[in-house]
Write a protein that binds this ligand. Structure first.
Ligand code: CO
Length: 155
């Protein structure tokens, strides 16, 4: 199991780098990330959360945990919905975050094949949360002014 990078940490604030090819080292990292996500009872994990600034995320899909390398959203619905979200790097905090309801993601899978996936609701939320991690964005950045005040005062 890998150790989790917790906020505040500069690696969580950097734009993660694209992965060139899926090497055996990358596969090893992916497997360790899956194990780490499961151990921590997470539904998603991004490489910067285990101290690796690369564009790799693990998402718990209906078929189990899957890796998405160099993921990008190429289609979005217009509707948004707000729901509670937590983050393994910001433990003990749950914040109501607005996310796009439906997204379509393009990425490379574990074997380096180009894949596309449609996600809706909770799954779409996980993808957006993990993609945020690859761009140095945390849930505490996505809240409004009043939520920020509450968060700062811990109320
Ligand atoms: Co997170």
């Amino acid at each position: 199991m890998l150790s989790l990078t917790l906020h505040p940490n500069s690696i969580l604030r950097k734009r993660a780098e694209e992965v060139g090819t899926i090497t055996p080292e990358i596969k090893e990292l992916v497997l360790a990330m899956i194990e780490t996500m499961k151990e921590n009872k997470g539904v998603g994990l991004a490489a910067p959360q285990v101290g690796v600034s690369k564009r790799i995320i693990i998402v718990k899909t209906e078929n189990g945990p899957a890796a998405f390398v160099n993921p990008r959203i190429f289609k979005k619905s217009r509707t948004v919905e707000a729901d509670e979200e937590g983050c393994l790097s910001v433990p003990g905090i749950f914040l109501k975050i607005k996310r796009i309801k439906k997204v379509e993601i393009e990425a490379l899978d574990f074997d380096g094949r180009k894949i596309q996936i449609k996600a809706e609701g909770f799954l779409a939320r996980i993808f957006q949360h993990e993609l945020d991690h690859l761009n140095g964005v945390l849930i505490i950045d996505r809240i409004n002014f009043w939520q920020k005040i509450k968060f700062a005062l811990k109320i």
